[in-house]
Write a protein that binds this ligand. Structure first.
Ligand code: HEC
Ligand code: HEC
Length: 260
């Protein structure tokens, strides 16, 4: 049986020394405090932002010369001008500053705790990330140190080319070029800002001539959902669900074999 309202009010005041303010407020409003209000509830924790909303990113500006000076520590893996030293590290040269910047932010947030980038990015300031992004964006794309064309299987690469350009409707694979551009240099209209001068497509990365092992590990991470820190990661998570080991291998073979 439900207690009548006055009884609940009395009980609330009697038990709620810690909640005198609640009861007082309720009384001031002429409303009896309910039992639920009278219980000492912990203050609501602020809702943690679980992922980055990258749907309307602002243009990123940095000082490329300052970025070059700060890039010494990066060169061991990404090369002096942003062409990686081995296939496990990504090339950064010629990638858009917006994309590079937000990748650094994700590492700094700890999106991938296992990555060697996590401790490195933790020490970067906001200005460092903008300068480094501007520096690598300003660099020319170069052929990889070890020419991947020397080893790539042409049948595999051809399968990758077809998938990239046409997708595979039977397997539900979207054509990658729809977002990464027919030349795999990123979304073709990325530079065109929308009405609010924000360019959502600036964050669709170039894949042309990217390192093969890196491409495969990245696609595996999207597929397995271990890389789900932003709205853009979610896009690729969806795309990658339709891929398997063979399609990933063929896509990486073709993309890495393209001249820069
Ligand atoms: C010890 C090797 C190493 C060093 C040094 C290093 N990186 Fe990286 N970097 C990696 C690896 C490995 C990845 C990709 C794998 C991953 O996500 O864990 C990566 C990824 C990146 C990416 C994302 C690229 C993409 O296509 O998404 C950016 C941007 C980047 N690094 C910038 C930097 C900058 C700037 C520095 C110097 C402050 C630096 N890295 C130093 C190994 C390194
Ligand atoms: C609907 C748009 C869309 C389609 C279709 C798409 N991508 Fe992506 N892709 C993105 C976005 C956005 C990102 C950036 C994700 C991030 O922030 O890390 C991305 C990132 C990537 C990366 C990571 C690049 C790097 O430097 O780390 C790879 C690899 C990739 N895509 C491969 C593919 C392949 C292969 C296909 C076709 C099977 C494809 N994508 C189809 C939107 C798309």
């Amino acid at each position: 049986m439900k207690p009548s309202r006055p009884r609940r009010w009395i009980a609330a005041v009697a038990t709620a020394a810690a909640c005198a303010c609640v009861a007082a407020m309720a009384m001031a409003q002429g409303v009896p405090a309910t039992g639920a209000q009278a219980q000492a509830e912990p203050a609501a924790a602020p809702v943690a932002v679980r992922y980055l909303d990258l749907r309307r990113p602002e243009p990123i500006h940095g000082d490329a010369a300052a970025g070059k000076a700060k890039s010494e520590v990066c060169a061991a893996c990404h090369g002096v001008t942003g062409t990686a030293t081995t296939a496990i590290f990504p090339n950064l040269a010629g990638q858009r500053a917006e994309y590079l910047y937000w990748e650094l932010v994700e590492y700094k947030r700890g999106a991938q705790p296992e990555s060697p980038m996590t401790p490195l990015a933790t020490g970067l300031s906001e200005q460092d990330m903008r300068d480094l992004a501007a520096y690598y964006a300003s660099q020319q794309r170069q052929p990889a140190a070890q020419d991947p064309q020397a080893t790539v299987d042409p049948t595999l690469a051809e399968a990758g080319r077809r998938l990239f350009l046409n997708g595979d409707p039977d397997k539900g694979i979207a054509p990658c070029q729809g977002c990464h551009g027919p030349e795999a240099l990123g979304y073709p209209l990325a530079a065109q800002a929308d009405g609010a001068h924000l360019s959502p497509y600036a964050l669709y990365p170039a894949l042309r001539g990217q390192q093969s092992t890196y491409l495969q590990s990245r696609l595996n991470a999207f597929q397995q959902g271990t890389l789900l820190d932003s709205t853009n990661d979610m896009i690729m998570h969806g795309v990658a669900q339709r891929l398997d080991a063979q399609t990933i291998e063929s896509l990486a073979a073709w993309l890495s074999s393209l001249p820069p």
